[in-house]
Ligand binder design. Sequence first.
Ligand SMILES: Cc1cc2nc3c(=O)[nH]c(=O)nc-3n(C[C@H](O)[C@H](O)[C@H](O)COP(=O)(O)O)c2cc1C
Length: 339
Amino acid sequence: MNRLQSKLGLELPLLQAGMGGIAGPELCAAVSRAGAGGALALHKEPPDRVRDLVSQVTAATSRPFGVNVIPEVTGPAACRAQIRAALQRLPRNGFVTSFGLPDAEAAREVVRAGHVLVIQVGTVRDADEALQRGAGVLVVQGTEAGGHLLGELPAARLLHDVRTRHPDTVLVVAGGVATGADLAGALKRGAHGAMAGTLFIPTSESTAHPDYKQRVVEATSHDTVVTTVFDIGWPARRHRVLRNVLTEEAERRPTTFIATTMVGARNVPVPRYSASVPASGTVGRVEEMAMYCGCSCSRVRGRDMAGSVVERFRREFEAARRFRVRTTKGVSWTRRSNR
Ligand SMILES: Cc1cc2nc3c(=O)[nH]c(=O)nc-3n(C[C@H](O)[C@H](O)[C@H](O)COP(=O)(O)O)c2cc1C
């Protein structure tokens, strides 16, 4: 058991990324039940609904899981309100994951309540700041990642830079991880674990739209692009998505409504260039919407249950580690010496 596993109580050093519109209670609980760290995306949910969603996960699993916030999207006051609501229902073994830096007060409340604060960063400077604010685990996100990007370095490079500066910190890599072999590689480079988002988009428990799931399964990394076009609702942050007509055109089309989607119990219109993902309750021109997707899609397979995905990941990880142990024990040396 490594330091990430013992800190968060995980069988497998794998975290599922919080994903707004995709990672609800079902996905979060299924991933946690399988021995990895599930995460419930709080996205823009109001405090009442946060309490309800967290309760749904606690009813479905007693394993550790996280709640995920995006301070940059909600703003500091709403983020604090989400965290306070979540902390009222979060079991003792629960943790909080933040996409980017939470404000100092929100961070203090998590730590004071005795939960591990997991902060995802994309630069060395933000890694320093996250540790100042009390992060117990740092997630270093590389530019291979799907969704919004916190920095400009590939995962291996950022991991190296942060590891050099913070040799004793528990580090998790995000971006480019979809198999147990990818995780074994990350551990070899100095990480304690990995966070994966794209891997879980096509699972049965994910609430992504069926067409989106299918496109992720069929895609390779060449079908993804880093862009800024889906900026309504989340401006000024680059994001990696599947290419579509909007990412490939030089001219911007009119910002008219192209779909409707469910937000809680309400059906709301979606403008073209919205940052919202196509979810199971979305109807309309789904193919024009933001289908966030990481380079790891090249290694994402069919549309399975999340538990099977984690189980396969675990087998691949164990096989990759067995292979590494064999080679480090000098199989090639033995062969040479036998000659
Ligand atoms: C569809 C999608 C939605 C995402 N939404 C969130 C989110 O709500 N909160 C968050 O912390 N990160 C979010 N991310 C980013 C992840 O935290 C993580 O950096 C990324 O999934 C890692 O790369 P991968 O998708 O290639 O595994 C999202 C990623 C994807 C693919």
